[in-house]
Design a protein. Structure first.
Length: 499
C-alpha cells in the first residue's frame, strides 16, 4: 500500500537511523560545511526563509521539487550514475520506502544544517518510464523520442563521437549524487545499490567535480560559469539585470506551462544531459594564434580579449558588454553588477554595433537579451552542470593537443532543466547556437549537419574591424552524447512510480 505523501524532511528525520552506512566514511548528519560551492560571482541562493516566503506567495512546494532543478551550477562533486532497470517490480517496490527518503528536495539544500551528506536526485528516460509501465504522455516529443533522435539534424553532433551507452538503449534513468567529497558520493551510491537489491545495473557513469583552488566555479576553458541563470518567480529574488521567468518554464504544471500534462507530472522537470568534451589546449592555441591587435594591450591580453569576445564574458566572469577591452575582476565578483547589461547603450545601434560584444559571442547567441523585442521569455533553461575530467597536463600544454587517453578527457557535464525541451535546450542549440546568422556560436556551435571540424566564420570578433571573419577550423567542444530525462516530484515518486 502506498503511503500518503509526507514532506521529505519529516520522512528523512524519521528514517535516518535506519540507514546503515559506515559512519567512518560518511560525514555526520548535521553538516557544518556546505555541499555547494559559492564563488562570489554566482548569485547566492535564497535563504530558507526567503524561499519559503516567495514560494508560498507563488504556490510552489519546494519540499516536493527535486533539489537540483532550481539550484544551478553550484555542486562541488557530482556523480551521474546512469542505470538500466533489470527488475522493474523490485525496483518500484524499493522506491517508496527505500529510495524516496534519500531524495533531496529544494528546501533541504538552502541551509547548510538541513543539507544531507549527499544530495540525491533521480530522473528517468522515456525508456525507463516505459520499463516501469508508466505509459502516460508527458507532453514532450523530444523527451519521448530520446536525445539520439535529435543527434545530427537538430543538435549537429557527429554520432561516431557518442559514448556507446548514450547511443544505445540501456539508459533508463540517472541518479545525480552531489556532495563535498567523492567518498561521500560513493558511499551513498553503495547505499542506493544495496537498497535497490540488484534491480538495476550500471549503464554508464561520469564523475563531475568543481575545478581546484582559484578555478572553483570556472569551467575548463577557464571562464566563470553559472552567473546568468534566470531568476524563477516563487524561488529567487532577481538581481539587477537578471531576467525573471515563470516557474512553469522549468516545472511542469506551474504558472507559465501551457501544455496539458498528467496530474502526477506536476513539479517535475525535463533534464537535458550532455557530455561535452572540451579541447582546452587547442582552444588556448587558437587564442594565441589569432590574438587581436589592440595596441594598448600585450600579446597575452590580446589573446584573452579574443577569448572574452568569443564567450561574451572575461574568464573572471565580467561581461564584455560592460567592460569591452580590459577585464574587471571586481565587477566580475559583484552579483549586483555582473549580470546587469542587455547589450544596449545610449547612442548605440543595437542591430549593427558589436564594439562591446560580438553578436556571435556564446553568451549573446544563447540569450540575445535586448536584441529581441520584447525581450524573450519563452526560451530559457536553468543550467546546472559541472566540469568533469582532470586538469590539462604539462604534456598537453606543451603539445597544444588534447590527449587521446580516455582518462584525461575533460569537459562539461552539461545539465539543463526546462518544461519543454524543444523550447529550451534543443531550441538554444539548434536555432541560436548553430544558426549561421552572424556566424555560429564559436564555443558550442556546429554546422548542424553532424560533421566534425567544419570551419565556422563568426563575425564581429575583432572590434577594430567587425566585418573581419576569424575562421575557426576546429571544434573546441565535442559532444560525446547525452539523453533526455524527466525529474519527477517527490510526491510523483511516492504515489505514481513506487508500488
Ligand atoms: Fe554556455 N563556457 O564555460 O564556456 N556558457 N557553455 N551553454 N550558456 C555560459 O553567464 C559553456 C552550453 C548557455 O543568459 C557562460 O553563466 C561551455 C550549451 C546560456 O546571458 C559560460 C559549454 C548551451 C548561457 C559558458 C557550454 C549553453 C550560457 C557564461 C560547453 C545551450 C547564459 C557564464 C562545453 C544549448 C546566457 C554565465 C545569458 C553561459 C560556457 C554549453 C547555454 C562561461 C564551456 C550546450 C543560456
Amino acid at each position: 500500500m502506498r503511503l500518503a505523501f509526507v514532506p521529505f524532511l519529516a520522512v528523512a528525520v524519521a528514517l535516518q537511523p535506519a540507514f546503515c552506512t559506515p559512519s567512518s566514511v560518511l560525514k555526520p548528519r548535521t553538516r557544518t560545511n556546505s555541499l555547494l560551492i559559492s564563488p562570489a560571482a554566482l548569485p547566492a541562493l535564497p535563504s530558507a526563509q526567503q524561499a519559503a516566503s516567495a514560494s508560498a506567495d507563488a504556490g510552489l512546494n519546494l519540499t516536493n521539487i527535486q533539489g537540483d532543478i532550481l539550484i544551478g551550477m553550484k555542486k562541488n562533486k557530482e556523480l551521474f550514475f546512469f542505470f538500466t532497470i533489470i527488475n522493474s517490480t523490485l525496483f518500484r517496490s524499493q522506491l517508496g520506502s527505500g529510495i524516496l527518503p534519500l531524495i533531496t528536495p529544494t528546501s533541504q539544500l538552502l541551509a547548510v544544517d538541513t543539507q544531507p551528506t549527499t544530495a540525491v536526485n533521480l530522473a528517468f528516460s522515456q525508456r525507463g518510464l516505459t520499463t516501469l509501465d508508466i505509459t502516460d504522455d508527458l507532453g514532450d516529443t523530444a523527451f519521448a523520442n530520446g536525445q539520439i533522435d535529435n543527434v545530427a539534424s537538430i543538435l549537429g553532433d557527429e554520432t561516431s563521437n557518442w559514448e556507446s551507452a548514450f547511443a544505445g538503449t540501456s539508459i533508463h534513468g540517472v541518479f545525480l549524487l552531489a556532495s563535498d567529497t567523492v567518498d561521500n558520493v560513493n558511499a551513498t551510491l553503495s547505499q542506493i545499490q544495496a537498497l535497490l537489491n540488484g534491480s538495476i545495473t550500471e549503464a554508464y557513469s561520469l564523475q563531475g567535480q568543481a575545478r581546484p583552488a582559484d578555478q572553483q566555479g570556472h569551467e575548463h576553458f577557464g571562464f566563470m560559469d553559472g552567473i546568468s541563470n534566470p531568476a524563477v518567480t516563487g524561488f529567487s529574488t532577481p538581481l539587477p539585470g537578471q531576467q525573471v521567468i515563470d516557474p512553469g518554464l522549468f516545472l511542469l504544471g506551474e504558472t507559465g506551462d501551457t501544455v496539458t500534462r498528467p496530474a502526477w507530472a506536476k513539479d517535475g522537470s525535463f533534464l537535458a544531459f550532455r557530455q561535452l568534451q572540451q579541447r582546452v589546449p587547442e582552444f588556448n592555441k587558437f587564442l594565441v594564434d589569432n590574438a587581436l591587435s589592440n595596441p594598448n594591450l600585450t600579446a597575452d591580453q590580446n589573446a584573452e580579449l579574443l577569448g572574452a569576445r568569443m564567450m561574451g564574458r572575461w574568464k573572471s566572469g565580467a561581461p564584455v558588454d560592460l567592460t569591452p577591452t580590459v577585464d574587471d575582476p571586481v565587477l566580475a565578483a559583484d552579483p549586483q553588477r555582473n549580470n546587469n547589461f542587455n547589450y544596449s547603450h545610449p547612442g548605440f545601434d543595437l542591430d549593427t554595433d558589436q564594439t562591446h560584444c560580438p553578436f556571435s559571442a556564446h553568451l549573446r547567441k544563447t540569450n540575445p537579451r535586448a536584441g529581441l523585442t520584447p525581450e524573450n521569455t519563452a526560451n530559457h533553461i536553468i543550467r546546472a552542470g559541472i566540469p568533469y575530467g582532470p586538469e590539462v597536463t604539462d604534456a598537453e600544454n606543451a603539445s597544444n593537443v588534447s590527449s587521446t587517453d580516455p582518462s584525461l578527457e575533460r569537459g562539461l557535464a552539461f545539465v539543463a532543466y526546462q518544461s519543454d525541451i524543444n523550447a529550451g535546450f534543443a531550441f538554444l542549440q539548434q536555432f541560436w547556437a548553430n544558426n549561421a546568422g552572424y556566424g555560429v556560436d564559436p564555443i558550442i556551435g556546429t554546422d548542424g549537419l553532424g560533421q566534425p571540424d567544419v570551419p565556422r566564420s563568426p563575425s564581429g570578433l575583432d572590434p577594430a574591424d567587425p566585418t573581419r571573419i576569424i575562421t575557426i577550423e576546429q571544434d573546441f567542444v565535442v559532444s560525446r552524447g547525452g539523453e533526455y530525462f524527466f525529474s519527477p516530484s517527490l510526491s510523483a515518486i511516492q504515489n505514481t512510480l513506487a508500488i
